[in-house]
Design a protein around this ligand. Sequence first.
Ligand code: FMN
Length: 687
Amino acid sequence: MPPDPYQILFEPVRIGPLTAKNRFYQVPHCNGGGYRDPSAVAAMRGVKAEGGWGVIFTEQTEMHHSSEITPFIELRLWDDADIPALNRMSEAMKSHGALAGIQLAYSGINGPNLYTKEVPLAPTALPIRTFTNDPVQARAMDKTDIRNLRRWFVNAARRSERAGFDLICLYGAHGFGIFQHFLSRATNQRSDEYGGSLENRARFVNEVVADIREAVGDRMALSLRVSLDETIGALGFSNAELREFVEMNADLPDLWDLAQGSWEECSGPSRFKDEAAQESLVRGIRDLTSRPVVGVGRFTSPDVMARLVRQGVLDFIGCARPSIADPFLPRKIAEGRIEDIRECIGCNICITGDMTMSISRCTQNPTFMEEWRKGWHPERMNAKGPSEKVLIVGAGPAGLEAARGLSLRGYDVALAEAATTLGGRVARERLLPGLSAWGRVADYRAYQLGQSANVETYFESRLSAAEILEFGFEHVCLATGSHWRADGVARAHVLAMPIAAGMAVFTPDDIMAGRLPAGEVVLFDDDHYYMGGVIAEALAQAGARVTLITPSAHVSDWTLNTLEQGAIHRRLVAAGVTIVLNTSVAEITAGGVVTECVYTGARAERGAEAVVLVTSRVSDDMLYQELKARAAEWAEAGIASVKRIGDAAAPGPIAWATYAGHRYARELDTPDIGDALPFRREVTALA
Ligand code: FMN
């Protein structure tokens, strides 16, 4: 039995002709794998089924070839040939009693059709709206197009049923789905019976729902995913209009799936959005309908979840990112293992898999999307090998995850940390503005290690190579981290940049250690991820007058992939930071910097009292180098292997470090695979 306060979360709930076994609802989320990696996606969903989710959805599925979003890799249901791969997913989803859902997406004004070369169709002829501003326009649908699209939805629904799904989600949120394009006065400027009044704009979705109900409605349940507030100004589909729409169409779907306007808003990172950030937009909608309601909000706290259900705000707890960070979230709550929940940190690295068309990662759950590729499971490690003792030097994200994994496998682990706390870079970065939730990387692992009898942690331990050679550990794992460079080397400068002796130069490490510049400060960001923007914010908060100079066209350019670039820009402007784009710092003088336009090379002088360099990092791998230099002594010392992992091998985002730690833990004592590929992939078999 689940603990008392959380029993409400495990009540079965009806959705149309079906019943979900509990209120845990994994809302649609992509994963960078999609149609290219169907087995990897199926295994990932299967692990969620095992973890106890009541409803599990696919990511958006392109339901017709005339609307696709290449280069993004989602699912496809273009014809019968796609059914077997989708069937593999639905079977995995249903493997532990969850309902299997497919999200059908017709992308309309959001689908550039770069692959199929079809002319995009939308309610109104407008340029396609994509992240990359593709030079493509959509044609306005005529009545024949609308009739065709209704039929294509029915075809897709029938195929979804044949593929084994229980539920269909019609995508009309985030500005991406055709239903929103019809509902919004911004994208629907029609003057016929499909445009104008709300009743007219709602006609298309009503027709499609009726068509699908007739085709599969007694067997499958239908959900409608709509935006709570389009947040694009006066013409947008507002929260007030949504409420009107729900009231007018109270019984339209079997379930209302409420998401926030833009994807950036809906999947807002913890730096900008707290848990349950959409509560005020959702509250009260459930009273307008007899159908159950699901909402999202990076829910990781069972208390918040239970409160929202008890207060009648939501029927289902919708999760995307928390289900990625911990696929076993429902099961852990059911078993009262609240401390074991691996809480999402809200860094949005999961989204970068989709945005970079690669494969998703999760900072907290390194096994995400490796369930099939590598056979990794989020809750189970492989069996122990013949060795006994491992020394891990460094308790940052890589070292902590390596220690956690090895302890689960049954090794005796000594974890040596130079500082007085666990976490390494995370212990420092969690103190920066907006990054406190990132501390969960350390907190989760610290708790887990605290429960383990076979891990000894040593603080303020600065080991030398000679000491390690004396200890007699069979395996030595060096997770000694990295530090920020003070010489400006990154992309603009591959060699140390000219720096005049009289100027005070700082790095993020100085700021994190409390050594702050004051007055007129130039921050040169040639790193392009979050650190430059965060440090600028911290300095502005401390009273400095900050100018952020970057060679990119955007502040914190790579955060376009974590969907937070716009929010970072807004926050820096609000903090009074001056932003200079497309510009490099060519040299640092005694009185300031010399800037250089990245296009013309035009140079200019800018005065400053201090310069902060956020450029790149250097691995702290001295210990590794010393041990390697003494490799001839390893055998006598009983050392079988010495490895460096994480930032000590090559600095990267925190997710790269936890992945490296997990990989180390998995692969210790496993056979050497030589030149073989270290993961599985789908390969097209040519006849
Ligand atoms: N929403 C969709 O409707 N369809 C998608 O394919 C989709 N892909 C997503 C991929 C990722 C990696 C993430 C994090 C979110 C995605 N979303 C998608 C949005 C989520 O369904 C959800 O509404 C949002 O992330 C807020 O929920 P959360 O706070 O639990 O993450």
